[in-house]
Design a protein around this ligand. Structure first.
Ligand code: XUL
Ligand code: CO
Length: 439
């Protein structure tokens, strides 16, 4: 098989003083961090859609990157060439996982039977490569947004015929996930939302989305899918009101519809910030609800304000993300899917590799620094002390629910004015973070 990225060597860890742009400075796959290798902690995955399909096209101009890989785009030959490119790319970077939508793999056909035939053919090729290299699927999904039929969503469509088509795509997506050894299946809401309340039956749409998910669970479990189902929250884009606005909203939905046995959350950095939260906030909300699952690793730009899907370089953010991941017990079925793309002016093959080098190095640093923050212990100790009042006395009774408003009111009367709570110490904690990061 002719090599595609001929000029690019295998990317190796060369340490933080190295100046070779095609080397890892911090990502050292087998380095042990608190009992696990970096590779096991981070579980890096490549997103098929950005890396192999996105060519830099935007609303104002054509693509800048050539992703034909020597074949005519829109053909099955091209679909196969993308498989070759994917496995060569991942092998050179030491990436062992990937994610895809059905439509990332093959040219779309209107007829579902023809679509599935194409998917069978290409997934046979992927399986062969997977056996050769050990590279596996992290999670699969179906693209239920691109085709005009999904103008009003998939599960939320006003058309039962469209709902059937979506169901067929989800069914096939699950079959492919099982075939390729995936440990997750993701529902990103896509167009599951609305723009105008005047033409929308919100309750029916929510009920139907849950029905589609429930059928997916039943079918998935019946064909041997033992992994996690994920909802990937996003607040806007493409619709004005997305039903899976943020982690808290999606957690409420999962509980409302009794899906908590099978569903977790896939938290994407840029989606969390679009929702007006920090990345670590949404991770914490997922974790405390028992829904910490997987991560779409990227970064937005506050000056732009849309889903820019940049490769992450902000080490404060990756540190705080990995702090949440470590506190949540680490990934099991999930991982760090780099749902990130090169900027339009970074259009070369080298840029594709540099994007992942940047992202993986940023998360490697984040892991090391998060581990150091936990080992340092001052932040944990501070939080423990801050809430120590609830460990005993009336505080413990409040937590154990063994008191009442009457008893608390009597205590308040006896106390007179309560003293101010202890200092929140924000600047002190941020200073500790700087010291651990740069000290
Ligand atoms: C869209 C997005 C998707 C999902 C998978 O913003 O993040 O690519 O990750 O459908
Ligand atoms: Co995503």
């Amino acid at each position: 098989m002719a090599e595609i990225f001929k000029e690019i060597p295998e990317i190796k860890y060369e340490g933080s003083v190295g100046t070779n742009p095609l080397s890892f400075k911090y990502y050292d796959a087998n380095k042990l961090v608190s009992g696990k290798t970096m590779k096991e902690h981070l579980r890096v995955a490549m997103a098929w859609w950005h890396n192999l399909c996105a060519d830099g096209k935007d609303m104002f101009g054509e693509g800048t990157a050539n992703k034909s890989f020597g074949a005519e785009p829109g053909t099955m030959a091209h679909a196969h060439r993308k498989v070759d490119a994917a496995f060569e790319f991942m092998s050179k970077l030491g990436i062992e996982l990937y994610c895809f939508h059905d439509l990332d793999l093959v040219p779309e056909a209107d007829d579902i039977k023809e679509m599935n035939k194409r998917l069978d053919e290409v997934s046979d090729h992927i399986l062969e490569k997977s056996k050769e290299t050990g590279i596996k699927l992290l999670w699969g999904t179906a693209n239920l947004t691109r085709n005009p039929r999904y103008m009003n969503g998939a599960g939320s469509s006003n058309s039962p015929e469209v709902f059937c088509f979506a169901a067929a795509q989800v069914k096939k997506g699950l079959e492919l996930t099982v075939k390729l050894g995936g440990t997750g299946y993701t529902f990103w809401g896509g167009r599951e939302g609305y723009d105008l309340l005047l033409n929308t039956n919100v309750k029916l749409e929510l009920d139907n989305i849950a029905a589609l998910m429930r059928m997916a669970v039943d079918y998935g479990r019946s064909i041997g899918f033992n992994g996690d189902f994920y909802i990937e929250p996003k607040p806007k884009e493409p619709t004005k009101h997305q039903y899976d606005f943020d982690a808290a909203t999606a957690a409420g939905f999962i509980k409302e519809y009794g899906l908590e046995k099978d569903f977790k959350l896939n938290i994407e950095a840029n989606h969390a910030t679009l929702a007006g939260h920090t990345f670590q906030h949404d991770l914490r909300i997922a974790a405390i609800n028992g829904f910490f699952g997987s991560v779409d690793a990227n970064q937005g730009d506050s000056l732009l304000g849309w889903d820019t899907d940049e490769f992450p370089f902000n080490v404060y953010e990756t540190t705080l993300c990995m702090y949440e991941v470590l506190k949540a017990g680490g990934f099991t079925n999930g991982g760090l899917n780099f749902d990130a793309k090169n900027r339009r002016a970074s259009y070369t093959y080298e840029d594709m590799f540099k994007g992942f080098i940047l992202g993986m190095d940023s998360f490697a640093l984040g892991l090391l620094k998060a581990d150091a923050l936990i080992a340092d212990g001052r932040i944990d100790d501070f939080v423990k002390e801050r809430y120590a009042g609830y460990d005993s006395g009336i505080g413990a009774n409040i937590r154990n629910r063994t008191t009442s408003l009457t008893e608390l009111a009597e205590i308040a009367e006896k106390l007179g004015a309560p003293k101010l709570p202890s200092s929140g110490n924000q600047e002190g904690l941020e200073s500790i973070m700087n010291q651990v990061l740069f000290g």
